[in-house]
Ligand binder design. Sequence first.
Ligand SMILES: [Zn+2]
Ligand SMILES: [Zn+2]
Ligand SMILES: [Zn+2]
Length: 89
Amino acid sequence: MTDKTCEHIDAVDKVIPAKARECETCVKIGSTWLHLRTCQTCGVTLCCDSSPNRHASKHAQSAHHPVIASAEPGERWLYCYPDEAFAEY
Ligand SMILES: [Zn+2]
Ligand SMILES: [Zn+2]
Ligand SMILES: [Zn+2]
C-alpha cells in the first residue's frame, strides 16, 4: 500500500465510525465475514475483500460510493476503490 491520496479521501473530513460490529448484508443472508469496512458516503458497515461475499467492494461499485474506512479496532485508515488510494488518519 502507498500513501497516495485522492480527491475522494481528501473530501472526508470526519471519518464515519461503524454503527455496529457486523456486516449488515451478511447478517441478512446468514453469512459470515472476516473484516469490516464502513462506507464513508452512507455509513453502512460491510465485509472486506477477504470475506466470502465482499459486500463492501460490491457496495462501492453498485452505489458509486468510493471511500471506505476500516471498522476493525485499532485500525485507522481509509481506502478509495476507484483510485486504489490508501490513507491513514
Ligand atoms: Zn478516490
Ligand atoms: Zn458481508
Ligand atoms: Zn455507501
